[in-house]
Design a protein around this ligand. Structure first.
Ligand code: 16C
Length: 254
């Protein structure tokens, strides 16, 4: 039964407004498919190599400890269940550039470098400095899409991917450049009311967030791990509270 939850779209080329001729077209489709495949394989065969570092019931954060030449690369994963909002709404606000600074507490500044299509843009994020390390920045494309299903069963799902890239208008000259592969996948669960219309009380969103971040050079592992343990749950609380405030008195965006 669980296997039906998410399907890798068989025709990803229909799912984006990026033109097939666009230089980023293949990369975007490949990275999105990889995330969906990774999630599917974990539903089928749950792996126990994730270490739970935060458990607040509705919000759990996991990590795998990984280091390369002394650089901590710990993959992070979080799952969070929120009531009253759809996966489309959660993904929309995670992706939307114009409101990013309203919930992003770890950024000093953010700017759009280029719009590639109406579902994909490249941005430059300058991250707040963490003592004693040098300040970091990131350049990545952000892409949002609906996950098409091969059958009508199972929850409606959306995905946003933030994936590092290079851009001539964003050279890595001023800060240490981090690289990352971040995905937010949301499933909307609707418990239809006995009578009447669906309201926000009937809606639950199941969020899976994954972040593979390379801090791009020396960073003290113990400081970084302490910052991650504090900042990832904080981000999810702050961000989902933000989406709740933005949506609670608006029509439901299914
Ligand atoms: O996914 C999130 N935000 C997205 C939109 O902005 C985007 C960004 C992802 C980048 C997340 C990783 C940043 C790692 C920086 C490493 C800095 C190394 C410093 C060395 C330390 C010894 O996908 C939400 C991201 C939630 C981020 C949580 C963890 C970030 C820690 C960043 C440190 C800033 C601390 C500021 C303290 C007030």
């Amino acid at each position: 039964e669980k296997k039906k939850k998410l399907e890798v779209p068989s025709k990803p080329e229909l799912a984006t407004s990026l033109s097939p001729d666009h230089p980023f077209y293949n990369e975007v489709n490949e990275i999105v498919s990889n995330h969906l495949r990774r999630l599917l394989s974990e539903v089928k065969e749950p792996k126990d190599d994730w270490m739970c570092i935060v458990d607040q019931g509705d919000l759990k954060v996991f990590k795998r400890e990984l280091e390369e030449n002394g650089v901590p690369l710990d993959p992070m994963k979080a799952v969070c269940t929120v009531k009253g909002m759809t996966g489309h709404e959660v993904c929309h606000y995670f992706w939307a550039f114009d409101t990013r600074m309203e919930w992003e507490a770890t950024l000093e500044a953010s700017r759009v470098v280029e719009w590639l299509s109406d579902d994909t843009f490249i941005s430059n994020n300058i991250i707040k400095r963490v003592w004693p390390a040098s300040q970091r920045d990131a350049c990545f494309w952000s892409h949002m899409r609906h996950i098409s299903k091969s059958n009508d069963e199972g929850p409606d799902s959306w995905i946003v991917v933030n994936y590092s890239c290079e851009h001539d208008d964003c050279p890595p000259t001023k800060y240490v450049r981090i690289t990352m592969n971040v995905a937010l996948i949301c499933e909307t669960i609707i418990e239809p009311p006995v009578s009447g219309n669906i309201t926000r009380d009937n809606i639950t969103c199941k969020i899976t967030y994954t972040a593979d971040v390379n801090p791009g050079g020396w960073a003290p592992a113990s400081v970084l791990r302490a910052v991650y343990k504090r900042e990832y749950p904080k981000f999810l609380r702050r961000f989902t509270t933000f989406v709740e405030e933005k949506t609670h008195n608006k029509d439901i965006m299914f």
